[in-house]
Design a protein around this ligand. Structure first.
Ligand code: FAD
Ligand code: SF4
Length: 511
């Protein structure tokens, strides 16, 4: 192999990938590298590893069918574990002149590629990633010298820029954001029957991958017996079609609700396909807005969904690149405790945590509010060191890639960056969980109690958080009410909260 070689990364599995060139200017070869280090730098869920490997192998087949000469390095092909070492050894062995790659999604991977090319004396050409709806440069131009970035301002900018859900210069229906209509719980009876997302039985190539993952990573978290994620573009398009047909209509009102035995509810379950590159955000948004016009779907549902992709997903990518590499080190509150051991097993008496973590380990999936307001809220209240929390999120979800996981964890869930792109810490007591789910009904603890035997750990730690951060909360208009609440407690009650919270955190592995 010689000349220009295109490197296709595991989350760039699209025939639109710029590194593949045009029919008139194709690379001489395509290189794809499986690296065991990518599965072990955090102890990845078995389904996450399997999904990446299977999607990569299927995409390599697609490329070969399209006539691209593909050089594919399998997990077992080399002694080296890390991407950088595997790549530099491949580049040297294959006499590559120039390596062409589309902007890597993750900072660390970008460094690995640069170092591998430098070590092998290979020229590196990095192309902009057209998968996203705004380039990194345009995001920077939008962000300018704003002191704090807000998703809502960015989202309006993106609506105007793309014309999505716009009527001339005005937002469809005269309103930009129907977030307040996205927060209903289910009441006593829970959700109705909801069509499940499609399950794709593993084909021969995926079965081979499942066997490799069990053999090479037997002690990793998670299980593979129910593996049914879309691993090809054709399957991802079916998953998209079924979401638009069956679940988009009701996506909006109960977006934040949680219920035992209903892991998916009306959520799209499309994040892994989007993050792998099997679907583009533009086509997903177009499918939703077409259905809005053709079927007159409720605006609260369609806008709520579009906001997640056109707003949050693009915004999160922009802030990741703006604040890296410092974002990986932030620790605004100086938290230093360890993640409770039961984050890796689900073995705790707290029912909200048991349900969310159990589901996560079974499926590699939990929806946004489970991640933000159950496991994320608890990790913040339990004063866990942010990078340890981030490693957990990167390990356990099939859709986890650092550019989207890290800002969501340290920025949204933990406020560990001190609010560069969020307006307040998202902390809540057990009352929130009680309102938005049925988890508290089957719990040994009582969400309304903050002291004594049955004190809900979430509620107790919430009050301890208010106590510790009273001054900071009082200074922020969005949290000043929380400061007023803690000020209503007597000095004696505050002392008790502090003592009981400290005692609880010291035995947090046993609760
Ligand atoms: P839906 O709820 O149906 O939303 C539709 C789509 O919108 C998603 O597929 C996703 O692409 C996008 N989206 C929604 N919320 C966000 C968000 N906050 N940031 C970026 N995109 C969003 N998402 C990941 O894709 N990978 C991660 O590693 C990841 N880690 C997270 C960690 C934490 C602590 C939190 C709070 C959120 C994280 N998210 C992550 C965002 C979000 O939880 C998932 O995208 C979503 O739950 C995926 O399920 P879904 O496809 O059913 O999404
Ligand atoms: Fe979670 Fe507390 Fe409710 Fe139990 S009572 S489920 S610990 S919020």
């Amino acid at each position: 192999m010689a000349g220009d070689v295109a490197l296709i990364l595991g989350n760039q599995l699209s025939l639109g990938n710029a590194a593949l060139g045009t029919p008139a200017s194709r690379p001489s070869h395509v290189l794809m590298v499986e690296a065991p280090g990518e599965a072990t730098h955090v102890p990845s869920h078995k389904a996450r590893i399997a999904l990446f490997l299977s999607a990569m192998r299927h995409f390599a087949t697609t490329l070969a069918d399209q006539g691209f000469p593909v050089h594919y390095i399998h997990l077992d092909d080399m002694p080296e574990a890390g991407l950088r070492d595997r790549l530099s050894s491949a580049l040297a062995r294959l006499s590559v002149r120039t390596l062409v790659v589309t902007e890597p999604g993750d900072f660390r991977v970008g460094l690995d590629i640069q170092e591998a090319c430098a070590a092998a004396g290979v020229a590196l050409r990095i192309l902009p990633d057209s998968h996203f709806l705004i380039s990194r440069a345009d995001f920077e131009a939008w962000a300018g010298d704003r002191k704090s970035l807000r998703m809502e301002t960015f989202y309006r900018h993106m609506r105007r820029r793309t014309g999505v859900l716009m009527e001339g210069a005005e937002p469809a229906g005269g309103i930009w954001n129907l977030d307040t209509e996205n927060r209903s719980g289910f009441g006593a009876h829970g959700p109705p029957d909801i069509p499940a997302p499609p399950h794709f039985p593993p084909d021969a190539q995926t079965r081979e991958v499942l066997e490799v993952v069990e053999r090479r990573f037997p002690r990793h978290p998670g299980r593979l017996d129910s593996f049914g994620w879309p691993v090809t573009r054709a399957e991802a398009l079916i998953a998209l079609g079924r979401f638009i047909e069956d679940r988009l209509e009701h996506f909006g009102p109960h977006q934040d609700a949680m219920w035992t035995g209903h892991p998916h509810l009306w959520h799209a379950i499309l994040s892994s396909s989007l993050n792998l590159g099997l679907l583009s955000p533009a086509e997903v948004i177009e499918a939703a807005t077409n259905a809005f016009s053709a079927r007159r779907l409720p605006l609260a549902s369609v806008e709520g969904f579009v906001r997640q992709i056109l707003g949050w997903r693009e915004f999160i990518r922009g802030v990741y690149w703006r604040f890296m590499p410092e974002l990986a080190q932030v620790n605004h509150f100086g938290h230093q405790r360890h993640l409770p051991a039961w984050y890796w097993t689900g073995n705790t008496a707290m029912n909200c945590m048991r349900e969310t973590i159990g589901q996560t380990l079974n499926l590699g999936y939990a929806h946004h509010i489970q991640r933000l307001m159950v496991t994320g809220n608890f990790a913040l209240l339990a004063e866990v060191q942010p990078q340890e929390v981030s490693d957990w999120y990167l390990a356990v979800y099939v859709d986890a890639v650092e550019w989207v996981e890290l800002p969501n964890t340290v920025g949204m869930a933990l406020f560990a960056d001190g609010g560069r792109f969020t307006s307040k810490p998202y902390v809540a007591s057990g009352a929130y969980t009680k309102r938005m789910s049925n988890y508290c009904r089957n719990c040994r603890y009582d969400p309304s109690t903050r002291s004594g035997e049955r004190a809900c750990p979430v509620t107790l730690l919430y009050w301890a958080f208010l106590d510790k951060h009273e001054d900071e909360l009082a200074r922020n208009p969005r949290t000043s009410l929380m400061a007023s609440n803690i000020r209503r407690l007597s000095a004696e009650d505050r002392h008790r909260v502090r003592q009981e919270a400290d005692a609880l955190l010291d035995r947090v592995d046993q609760i």
